[in-house]
Design a protein around this ligand. Sequence first.
Ligand code: PEP
Length: 253
Amino acid sequence: MPSQIRYFIGNWKMFGIPSSIKILDKINHYFKQDKKNNRKYKVIIAPPHTLLQDFSYKYKKKKIFICAQNCYYKDNFGAYTGSISPFMIKKTGVNHIIIGHSENRARGENDKIIKEKILLCLKNNFNVIFCIGENKNEKKKKMTIKVLKRQLKSAIEKKYNLRKIVIAYEPVWSIGTGRVPSSYELRKNIITIKKFVKKHFKTRHEPKILYGGSVDKKSVYNFKSIKELDGFLIGGASKSSKDFIDIIKNFYK
Ligand code: PEP
């Protein structure tokens, strides 16, 4: 088994109906025949809540993992119309969940709510993909590292099992914009996050850090040389099996 397993995580956002399972089927087909590299990476797809049960059932014995995109910040059952708790999501058979996506932060999800969500997800034994990232203004003011540290410190406690948390560094200004950081800048930030996590949370565990923001078959070339990078969170390009597979192909080319 190679020591560094990379993640290719597709975030479908508000996309997908039952027949969209064919996208997974094509990715699964590619994965199975990619004998040269498939031991080096893990594919995780996050469809909307409406598809979790069906997809996780159909993919239970396969190599692609199904992931939820978010959850409510209260657990079990309750009078919260339209909300879905971590407990309810876990019962769909899903073991991965994205928390703290900037699109949810932009709709009012603050550090306190994110902290609650992560705690409940860990209690439900989820693997959490925790999104952090600075916005355009914060980048302009050279506040990137300060923002990332605040987001990490406010959501994670020292006692948490960091093996259950993968961090996705997603600069907000790069999501869906076609703009990506230079490989120099990205590597610098990834290394800083890794160092900070190890020092602040007093762990010898090497944290997994992904990059997300306009990753596609072309931009992925910029990131191939960053050995500290543990994979990608992919939005737009994950809605097409071809685009998603091309990212994997080009990464290992
Ligand atoms: C995302 O939504 O997490 C994301 C990275 O989107 P995109 O790849 O479309 O920029």
